[in-house]
Ligand binder design. Structure first.
Ligand code: ADP
Ligand code: ASP
Ligand code: MG
Length: 423
């Protein structure tokens, strides 16, 4: 008998039918002799709808109340799922994140889990019940307020619980059959990956492949917990996210495992910055003080005649207005000419551990972009990733072109999107 943690995403429980289908799956796992803990997301696009509602009553919803509102989505799901399971003749007990012992810091909207004390879950399991936990939420250790873990955070709840309970496996059920070589919504010829390493999945998640929440992969790597990403709509074997590819990574690897894209970033260019020591430090300190995460940075060579340069950086679109305001406040002090804000950008990233031992990846990539008519505006790299910024309107074309250039296209279409709106 094993202990399984299963997580069902919003598209898997979008309506009553979905709830019933998922309930039957959970009961089947229980009947197989396992102890089952289930983490569930809000139904369908509920979280987006709640955010829209908050924005309709105030332009800037406060973090505490927004978190209180959003956690309601997962609470609806957990109770309905427990009822659906009970209707099948099995005992299920639902728990909020706080009741499940998910303790976080107090950063509303992007709280980090600092401890998991799942005493009540263990009690439920000991009583032979199925435990259902509301994903994406916890309680702050200091303020005792309800927090959320950031969009997509139910994945992280699942992995954190699986680690705390020493589960045998953490299964993430979603609306596609696993992790693909690119987002199946953009590249229908994407290929399902049998395995992907934590290292590669971290880069893919950080680069925008929302199939797994970044923090959940960090967590799984820290505890060396294998994740099985699979569809709740089929019984197909999905993708295993683990330390190594089978064979301990000694097998011949694809150069590129996957391509991720991201339309959630914007670019700020600070024009006419005096090229003096300390100026960049002053600018980025102001941005950091406001807790804004920046991604890529490019500084041009300064024009000899003027001693002025331009600095561009990317950041989440949601932080754009705030960052512009902060920069305007230090414009006089730093002495730059102006700020340009561009939210029509897209980011395309190639990820693959095989990149380390294969020179020429960049050349192939850039040639593919050139043939597809995609202009490269910014570039950044890590050991196993190359990312570029381009026009948002060119992004999907660029992803398809890179996918083909690295021979990732499947012979037969295997990327089926079973549900969800992609919102
Ligand atoms: P859930 O509601 O189950 O958490 P998400 O919408 O968060 O589902 O994540 C699943 C979606 O992730 C898929 O529908 C797909 O569009 C998207 N996705 C992006 N990149 C990938 C990838 N490389 N492989 C699979 N899915 C991906
Ligand atoms: N419901 C939350 C969201 O839509 C959390 C999750 O689904 O993982 O982001
Ligand atoms: Mg998700």
């Amino acid at each position: 008998m094993g202990l399984i943690v299963q997580k069902y995403g919003g598209s898997s429980v979008a309506d009553a039918e979905g709830m019933k289908r998922v309930a039957a799956r959970i009961v089947a796992a229980k009947k197989d002799g396992n102890q089952v803990v289930v983490v569930v997301s809000a139904m369908g696009d509920t979280t987006d709808e709640l955010i829209d509602l908050a924005n309709a009553v105030t332009p800037i919803p406060g973090g505490r109340e927004l978190d209180m509102l959003l956690t309601a989505g997962e609470r609806i799901s957990m109770a309905l799922l427990a009822m659906a399971i009970s209707n099948l003749g099995h005992e299920a007990r639902s728990f909020t994140g706080s009741q499940a012992g998910v303790i976080t810091d107090s950063a509303h909207g992007r709280a980090r889990i600092i401890d998991v004390t799942p005493g009540r879950i263990q009690e439920a399991l000991a009583d032979g019940a199925i435990a259902i936990v509301a994903g994406f939420q916890g309680i702050s250790q200091d303020t005792k307020d309800i927090t959320t873990l950031g969009r997509g955070g139910s994945d992280t709840t699942a992995v954190a619980l699986a680690a705390a309970l020493d589960a045998d496996v953490c299964e993430i059920y979603t609306d596609v059959d696993g992790v693909f070589s690119a987002d199946p919504r953009v590249v229908p010829s994407a290929r399902k990956l049998k395995t992907v390493t934590y290292e590669e999945m971290l880069e893919l998640a950080a680069a925008g492949a929302k199939v797994l929440h970044l923090r959940c992969v960090e967590y799984a790597r820290r505890y060396n917990l294998p994740i099985h990403v699979r569809s709740s709509f089929t019984t197909n074997e999905g993708t295993w996210v683990a330390k190594d590819h089978p064979g301990g990574g000694k097998m011949e690897q694809a150069i590129i495992s996957g391509i991720a894209h991201d339309k959630s970033e914007a670019k700020i260019t600070i024009v006419g910055v005096p090229d003096r020591t300390g100026v960049a430090a002053r600018i980025f300190q102001a941005i950091a003080d406001a807790d804004i995460n920046i991604d890529m940075i490019v500084q041009n060579v300064s024009a000899a005649a003027t001693g002025l340069t331009d600095i561009s950086f990317t950041l989440p679109k949601a932080e754009g207005a705030n960052a512009s305001k902060i920069l305007q406040a230090i414009q006089g002090e730093v002495g730059f000419a102006s700020i340009q804000y561009d939210d029509q950008i897209g980011k395309l990233s190639l990820v693959g551990a095989g990149m380390r031992s294969h020179p020429g990846v960049t050349a192939t990539f850039f040639a593919a972009m050139s043939e597809a008519g995609v202009n490269i505006e910014m570039i950044s790299t890590s050991e196993i990733r190359i990312s570029i910024i381009c026009r948002e309107s060119d992004l999907d074309r660029g992803v398809k072109a890179a996918h083909t250039a690295f021979e990732l296209d499947a012979d037969q279409i295997e990327a089926v999107v079973h549900g969800g709106t992609g919102r």
